[in-house]
Ligand binder design. Sequence first.
Ligand SMILES: Cc1cc2nc3c(=O)[nH]c(=O)nc-3n(C[C@H](O)[C@H](O)[C@H](O)COP(=O)(O)OP(=O)(O)OC[C@H]3O[C@@H](n4cnc5c(N)ncnc54)[C@H](O)[C@@H]3O)c2cc1C
Length: 488
Amino acid sequence: MIKKSMTTTRRTALKTSAAFAASIMTSPRASAAEHSDVIVIGAGFAGLNAAIMLADEGLSVTVLEANNRVGGRAFTADHIYGSPELGASQIGPYYARVRDTAQRLGVELSPGSNINAPFTYALGDTLIRKEDWEGHNLNKTVGAERAVLPQAMQGYYMGKYNPLEGFDDWLEPEAARYDIPLAEWLIEKGISEEAMRLVNAGLVAPDAWNVSLLTLLQEATRGRLMSGAGDAKGKDQFEQYALASAHVVGGTSRLPEAMARYLGDSVLLNKIVSSIDMSDGGADVTCLDGTRYRSDFVISAIPFGPLRRVSITPTLEGEQGAAVRHMPYATNTQVHMRLKGEPYWEQDGMDASLWSDGALNIVRQPFGYDGSRDRLLAVGTGKKGERLDQLAPKDRGEFVVKEIERLRPSTKGKIEVTGVHSWPQYNFVYGCRHSYGPGQVTRFAHDMIKPHYRMHFAGEHTRRLEIGMESAMESGERAAFEILERTI
Ligand SMILES: Cc1cc2nc3c(=O)[nH]c(=O)nc-3n(C[C@H](O)[C@H](O)[C@H](O)COP(=O)(O)OP(=O)(O)OC[C@H]3O[C@@H](n4cnc5c(N)ncnc54)[C@H](O)[C@@H]3O)c2cc1C
């Protein structure tokens, strides 16, 4: 267990600050609202990590979480057969903060994560084996592209031409020239029309014209480190990540739950923050249920989608305001299924997972950590995800089963839908991840994380060097340090 620091030096410094004390006393609403040094909004990895760091430094912290659970996009679906991860699962080999926190809180990690059966490729109605892809007559890619599997096409170009070396290169002024559409750069590098179609078929952004190359280059640079680790060399990117990663035993949610337990009763659930009012005297944070909380500082550790719905006084201005209003978020919609009867892959003799250029992106056949193979997960991202989300949840499941049965007749009568989940439709998150459009890294990345009066910003969308859960932890750490510096 982390040992909570007994020191109250900084807290004492804050409490005795004449300006703060006077202003709190003169505020007409102060008597009704509970006061903390810092209010953290959002109990995902970013908010929880910030709160732990501040509490360990002796500051009083209140965490307000809109949902009835902590973890945000770390969400082990214990209500769905097999307890699938709806969000984060893979803990990269160099996730120092995540791994350290798990160790200190006694949360067990185990090697390997999110390992799937290899893919069979569905182009139109035709199924193609991995080993037949390069020479298949439906593979219309050109030259060296022909040997690249469809899901690896973007990674192939990134790996070959990525000009970034360091993890923070993407934030340097000279990197602005790469803040262009992914499609423009791929065309410049000589991608064939068919390879571009395959890239588009698997993107989480709407298409290659609407995502900044620069943000993808940053991820590829960081991913290079992750995928180069351990025994993963020489495998495709998905396999590399899966093999080099670890997972939380019992589900990813167990880690944020342990973090919240450590913070004790300072984490409040079902608190939908609706407004933040800042004055010289402090910050008033009001929730939809009418409760009010007061603090010297606020950390917004919520995605920009829900932050758009919070009224902030004084208003966010300039590029910071524009970033909150306009940052695009990517789609990820999922249908979880249980398999019955004889394994369909033994019946048709093809690899069990499916990559498709049709209505779905991929259908994964995951290996359970106990070796079981009785589940399927269909994922729709980008425009495909948006189209699936137009269907009612029940119809979404039916549509997906029909589509899989059509592509893969050996699955007929063997699939039962166990759950659906859409990140764009999930309350208080509204999208699976931020996804800068072309030009937006240059416009937003620096300005959007600047402190605004008493308000600081955290969350994966404010990342600097890391990716995924580790980037959320990194951002919480940065916001906590910003506040600690102001309280010394
Ligand atoms: C499908 C999917 C797969 C992923 N896979 C991986 C992976 O394998 N490895 C990896 O490292 N990362 C992965 N990620 C990314 C990872 O989950 C995120 O980067 C990380 O969890 C984000 O944490 P966060 O704290 O920034 O935001 P969140 O987890 O979104 O937390 C924000 C919190 O704020 C709360 N909130 C929102 N609005 C309000 C409000 N008004 N008032 C109060 N609270 C509010 C929300 O309820 C939520 O709990 C995946 C994500 C998805 C969606």
